[in-house]
Design a protein around this ligand. Structure first.
Ligand SMILES: C[S@@+](CC[C@H](N)C(=O)[O-])C[C@H]1O[C@@H](n2cnc3c(N)ncnc32)[C@H](O)[C@@H]1O
Length: 190
């Protein structure tokens, strides 16, 4: 559903994607962009993405979105999905501000578990814990989830960091009420 939403974007110009993972969004973004730099901190993820993505205007680079070596004001659009909670959010948003041109657009897809209540919230927490332990055989690292932000917190952070939020949409998967909704936020560098 989020990918469909990305597919309805207008021209993204010179775009950069942070935390591209397996490249789930990369081809859709590439179709909308003149050029796309797809980045991830993990070289393993980048290898997977390179195998999945077939688009002539994409280049790949290993980048930590919190402290990149990308040039100042070099991009029209930055896209970041399901990543900000793994970082120090203030640092990441400040870096987005630095690399975007004035009036450039930051698009964030952000998990917002605070939109779940009661049993749905409990079910989602159990599922995350179960999948982490059974699926990945991992205990969540210390501090995991500490930097998850609600829409309100993210809006405040964007405002403090020099962005104006243009739109925020909540994307919910109706097939299961305990799936965590995703906020799709478009913000402009002012
Ligand atoms: C949950 S996945 C999201 C992947 C993709 N954006 C999506 O929505 O399908 C998070 C990705 O962020 C990457 N990542 C984690 N910390 C990062 C950082 N500091 N800078 C850049 N990428 C990071 C991980 O390697 C992983 O590929």
């Amino acid at each position: 559903m989020v990918r469909e939403r990305v597919g309805r974007e207008g021209n993204l110009g010179r775009a950069v994607e942070f935390g591209c993972g397996t490249g789930f969004y990369t081809e859709v973004l590439a179709r909308k962009a003149n050029t796309l730099l797809a980045t991830d901190i993990s070289s393993g993820m980048l290898e997977l993405a390179k195998r999945q993505v077939n688009a002539p205007n994409v280049t790949f680079q290993a980048v930590d979105c919190q402290r990149t070596t990308l040039q100042d004001e070099g991009f029209d659009t930055a896209f970041i999905s399901l990543l900000i909670h793994f970082t120090v959010p203030g640092q990441t948003v400040a870096e987005m501000y630095r690399i975007l041109r004035p009036r450039g657009t930051l698009i964030i897809a952000n998990l917002d578990p605070q939109l779940l209540h009661g049993l749905d919230r409990i079910r989602s927490l159990i599922r995350i814990a179960y999948q982490g332990i059974a699926g990945y055989r991992l205990k969540p690292p210390k501090g995991f989830g500490r930097n998850v932000m609600s829409e309100k917190q993210l809006r405040e952070l964007l405002g403090r960091s020099g962005f104006r939020v243009e739109s925020a949409e909540t994307i919910r998967d109706p097939s299961r009420s305990s799936n965590i909704p995703v906020e799709y936020i478009r913000a402009v560098k002012v």
